[in-house]
Design a protein around this ligand. Structure first.
Ligand code: AMP
Length: 572
């Protein structure tokens, strides 16, 4: 493994980063720093936050600045004000021992006049959100003519936030000859378009595998009825007494409601969403960052700028529609070499999404049962006892009070004292869980329950689904049936959950171990393809044209039907 010195980092920066605790370069730094210092090629880096990417581009950028030339030489574009401030702060840290370097964060929501004044005095590096930078360019208060390096950080987020046109415009003001670096956690098509349009023969670096969530994140899911979601959330939070987590909700309203309920129920929680003022959001984020808040309930958009390394759990209060959002959420834990857990509380209809996310992140989810009351109490108790064992006793502070305390408790045995301490802390929790009804697990959508008992051997199947499809419709086979607890409604829901766009479904024939359903001919292949590679629990899902199912032996028509088939060639 190389050192920062071997990568070509100058002693002034080495000194600053050693003081920050950087002992060895992280993989993205080993790859990017020498390339950027040598100015050889444009770079696309697929790297999540937490991989050390800011230093990967920040260190060489600082080193390449010509201090004597007081004009913007590097431009860093990023999606949010918080990230903007953080990057500028990190760059300032790396350049502690580089004299006179001027770094300016430029972002919306703060005084443009003061940014203009600083620009007039001259800066070397601009870290900007796209909207505000365009504003400044239009006012002719900033010139990008001397920029030799441009970085797009969290490029996928910038596109998600609708900055695509702004980025196009900004890039058009830059000189032809400049290096470009693009950092993105995912590589959607739109990013590929940008790289094709603006980058020359770029080098592609992948830290972790493409479109894969962080390696050290476990993905769990709990399935509940929609009505039990909040109760399940409470139980999960109770089950992890030392949780320091972010709960993601889908809407601002839901975010506020969940935060309010948690607060009311005695949890250390607060909300972060777009209906709050910037000052309120800053306050909540600071509280969370400083660990003065255990649970942050947030929308995806509001949490974008939040950068915290030691989040232990991400809780998905329902799954996002856009699965890449899941990658971003879960990437907020398991950072800087730590392990993390991403937990999803879902209802039955979301089960199909799990399989799709698994494909995207290339990792399996583990299904868990909602913890029972007694298990939660035991976990909390032992955590408390553990704390008693480990607490640092400040002898000097309590010395004066101890004699009278000992005297007061003299009449109690050690066991009694322990019982009382524990009761004091836990009576409420124990009572709550004694009275609370256990959360019933929904019968799983397309569950395999009972499958083994009733399974018939291939070729001995009793049922037969031979019939001709309605005109204009195609008849499709699916290898789930009544013994999987499928009914027409669940089957329709399942198909529509997994196929993009609304699919009109015609006749459905449910048989014991497989079924047939009809869809318009023109969408039949789309439906078949949507289920390709999908698994329900351990079983591969098969959806094919009925004719193919018969050919491949997945289903056999009964002889009398097979006979008819001979006569009527059009059938299947
Ligand atoms: P980033 O991906 O830039 O958000 O960085 C994630 C975290 O890793 C930040 O807290 C950095 O300060 C820290 N970090 C970056 N590079 C190193 C390094 N070489 N050694 C230790 N920590 C680092």
């Amino acid at each position: 493994m190389s050192t920062f010195q071997e990568l070509g980092v100058i002693p002034e920066i080495q000194q600053a980063i050693v003081e920050l605790g950087f002992e060895q370069p992280m993989p993205v730094q080993t790859e990017v720093i020498p390339q950027l210092l040598a100015n050889t090629r444009d770079i696309i880096a697929l790297a999540q936050t937490g991989t050390g990417k800011t230093a990967a581009f920040g260190i060489p950028i600082i080193q390449k600045i010509n201090i004597k030339q007081l004009s913007p030489q590097t431009l860093i574009l990023c999606p949010t004000r918080e990230l903007c401030l953080q990057i500028a702060g990190d760059l300032t840290d790396y350049s502690t021992y580089v004299d006179d370097i001027k770094i300016l964060p430029v972002y919306g929501g703060s005084s443009i006049e003061s940014q203009i004044r600083t620009l007039k005095r001259g800066v070397h590096i601009i870290v900007a959100t796209p909207g505000r930078l365009i504003d400044l360019i239009k006012r002719k208060t900033v010139s990008l003519a001397d920029v030799h390096t441009v970085v797009l950080d969290e490029a996928d987020e910038m596109l998600n936030m609708g900055f695509s046109e702004n980025i196009d415009e900004i890039l058009s003001y830059l000189p032809e000859e400049r290096s470009m670096l693009l950092f993105s956690a995912t590589m959607p098509k739109e990013i590929e378009k940008i790289t094709r349009k603006y980058m020359k023969n770029p080098m592609e670096i992948t830290i972790g595998r493409k479109n894969e969530g962080a390696q050290n994140v476990r993905h769990l899911y709990f399935m509940v009825h929609a009505k039990d979601k909040y109760l399940a959330l409470k139980r999960i939070v109770d089950y992890y007494p030392n949780i320091y987590g972010i709960i993601f909700c889908r809407t601002r309203k839901e975010t506020q409601e969940i935060a309010d309920k948690l607060l009311q129920d005695g949890y250390d929680a607060d909300s972060l969403h777009g209906d709050l003022s910037q000052a309120q959001r800053d306050l909540v984020m600071a509280k969370f960052r400083n660990h003065n808040l255990q649970l942050l309930v947030a929308t995806d958009v509001a949490a974008r700028g939040l950068d915290v390394d030691d989040v232990t759990h991400i809780l998905n209060y329902g799954l996002p529609d856009d699965f890449e959002v899941y990658t971003h959420r879960s990437g907020r834990t398991g950072r800087a070499g730590k392990t993390g857990t991403s937990i999803s509380i879902i209802h039955t209809k979301e089960k199909g999404k799990i399989a799709q996310i698994e494909k995207l992140i290339n990792k399996q989810f583990e299904k868990r049962e909602i913890p029972k009351g007694d298990v939660i109490c035991e976990k909390q108790l032992f955590n408390f006892v553990d704390k008693i064992e480990k607490v640092k006793v400040n002898e000097a502070e309590i010395a004066l009070l101890l004699p009278s305390i000992f005297r007061k408790l003299e009449w109690l045995e050690k066991e009694d004292i322990i019982k009382r301490i524990v009761s004091l802390e836990f009576n409420r929790l124990i009572e709550y869980y004694q009275q609370a009804e256990e959360i019933e697990e929904p019968q799983e959508y397309l569950s395999r329950r009972g499958r083994d008992e009733s399974r018939t051997k291939r070729g001995e199947r009793q049922e037969n689904g031979s019939r001709k499809a309605e005109k204009g419709y195609a008849r499709l086979f699916i290898n789930v049936g009544k013994m999987d607890n499928v009914n027409p409604a669940t089957l329709m829901g399942f198909i529509n959950d997994n196929v993009k766009g609304k699919v009109p479904i015609g006749r459905i024939d449910l048989l014991k171990s497989f079924s047939f359903f009809e869809v318009p001919e023109e969408v039949a292949n789309k439906v078949v393809n949507s289920f390709r590679g999908m698994y329900i629990e351990d079983r591969k899902l098969i959806v094919q044209w009925a004719q193919e199912a018969e050919k491949s032996g997945n289903w056999k028509a009964k002889p009398e039907f097979a006979g008819k088939k001979q006569k009527n060639k059009k059938r299947y």
